[in-house]
Design a protein around this ligand. Structure first.
Ligand code: SF4
Length: 470
């Protein structure tokens, strides 16, 4: 697939002109108007919100944490689980009071949830005070869309297209995560796992040009960020659509060459596309974190096939063995779905078996949530919520024990950490992460934030390590 990069760049110039126009209007107001951006869901959404904030900042908006006093509220939504959608709808509902108090407030809802037609319709009908709804592919047109709802006698605007989207380079980015930066390397997904809505709401895989990514990485390092996470739904297929002979390992190698002391992380890796070359690249690049998040989702081959995951339990275990062989101190994390339609108690035992064999450092665990329009949502499922909850509890109990044991193995060791923030707890007032991503609570001055420190580990729990700066 060859992408046409020209069209979005020309449109981007138009968006820049609109941003300048809005900034001029905002500049003539006695007080700088304020915006509130609320983000749900994954890191990709966080990265999109940084671009939304970047555009808002260029348009002359300051930022507030108080949505009721904001002039513009943007809610960037997630569609991965029903629970997240319910939370978003609850929060949109609560905004009706703020809107009554301030009729000029602009309420915008964007992201994956509203990319689904039925949800965009729901907002149109049930939340008449929402001014603007825009889907994932419309993000670069945010200034134009905002300008149309800022006009006198404003009309509601709904912009949800079903194209696979282009990549718009050069959008302003407003990062405020202190020492950590997200860096999207690709968008969309081609995998169509049978439970997942992402390919429908984010379109097909589109890789950014390696030069653009490396340039952005350089500027992130220059700005002082110490921890860069390369983002994509399936980073291991990076570059396939570019036909330039570049892959994800190449990208890590190029970013590793940038001068400076920083860590390179990435997510998410799909097991069917992870390779020995990736592990060897991680081992060979000094700045690459010895951590891989490798979602296995289920341990049973029939369930994996029904999920359309493209690997088997043994294939996954062999891959993990290879990763451990190439990077002996690798930190492994994963995602698991419990209660996929039709998964039996016996089949669930295979999931527990994977936990016992791999011994993940930590897990992100979910009870299956049907997503409208996906094949799995139409599969028969004789098991009750209670059956699934019972399995879920067993899964957590096992994983908590493994995490606690793995954390206890750190006690007495000295590890290098990046101090990334304050905890609010007097006894261990700073939080930090090892290169492998383990959370370490320490005591020290706040001016350690953003610095690498050697820390002696003195204690551990299921969720964190505790240590002293040496
Ligand atoms: S790889 Fe599967 S689970 Fe991940 S985003 Fe793509 S379709 Fe969804």
């Amino acid at each position: 697939m060859k992408r046409n990069m020209d069209a979005p760049q020309i449109d981007l110039m138009r968006q820049s002109e609109i941003m300048a126009r809005i900034a001029q209007r905002n500049g003539s107001r006695p007080e700088r108007p304020a915006a509130f951006v609320d983000t749900y869901g994954c890191q990709q959404n966080e990265a999109d919100s940084e671009r939304i904030r970047g555009m808002l900042s260029k348009m002359g908006y300051a930022f507030t944490n108080d949505e009721s006093s904001a002039d513009v509220v943007v809610i960037n939504t997630c569609a991965v689980r029903e629970h997240a959608e319910m939370r978003v709808l609850g929060n949109i509902g609560a905004l009706s009071h703020a809107k009554k108090a301030n009729r000029d407030m602009v309420i915008a809802v964007c992201g994956c949830m509203v990319q689904q037609e039925h949800m965009a319709e729901k907002i149109k009908k049930s939340y008449p005070y929402v001014d603007l709804v825009f889907g994932t592919h419309e993000l670069p047109r945010f200034p134009e869309l905002l300008e149309s709802v800022l006009k006198p006698n404003r009309k509601r605007v709904f912009a949800v297209t079903s194209s696979d989207g282009e990549i718009a380079e050069g959008l302003p980015v407003h990062r405020d995560r202190g020492v950590k930066a997200w860096l999207p390397v690709m968008y969309g997904c081609n995998n169509f796992c049978s439970y997942c809505v992402v390919p429908y709401v984010r379109g097909r895989e589109r890789s950014r040009m390696p030069e653009s990514i490396v340039e952005e990485a350089k500027s992130i390092v220059l700005e002082g960020y110490k921890d860069i996470t390369l983002l994509g739904q399936n980073v291991n297929s990076y570059g396939r659509d570019l036909n330039r002979g570049v892959d994800f390992s190449y990208l890590i190698e190029e970013i590793d060459k940038i001068d400076g002391d920083f860590i390179i992380r990435f997510m998410t890796s799909h097991p069917k596309d992870a390779t020995r070359r990736l592990f060897e690249t991680m081992a060979g690049c000094r700045k690459a974190a010895p951590h891989i998040h490798l979602p296995f989702q289920a341990g049973n081959d029939r369930v994996l096939k029904a999920m359309n995951r493209g690997y088997t339990k043994n294939g996954y275990l062999e891959l993990v063995a290879e990763a451990k062989e190439v990077i002996p101190d690798i930190v492994l994390t994963s995602d698991v779905i419990v209660g996929f339609p039709g998964e039996t108690d016996e089949e669930f035992e295979d999931t527990l078996d994977v936990l016992k064999k791999v011994r993940f450092d930590s897990l992100f665990t979910f009870i299956y949530s049907p997503r409208k329009g996906t094949p799995a949502a139409g599969m028969p499922d004789p098991f009750t919520r209670e059956d699934k909850q019972r399995r879920f509890d067993r899964l957590l109990e096992l994983q908590y024990a493994i995490s606690a044991e793995k954390h206890a193995e750190y006690v007495g060791r000295t590890v290098r950490v990046l101090v990334d923030g304050e905890t609010g707890d007097e006894k261990a007032n700073l939080s930090s992460r090892t290169a492998g991503g383990r959370l370490v609570h320490i005591r020290g001055d706040a001016d350690n934030i953003g610095k690498f420190k050697d820390v002696k580990i003195t204690g551990s729990t299921t969720w964190a390590l505790f240590g002293e700066i040496v």
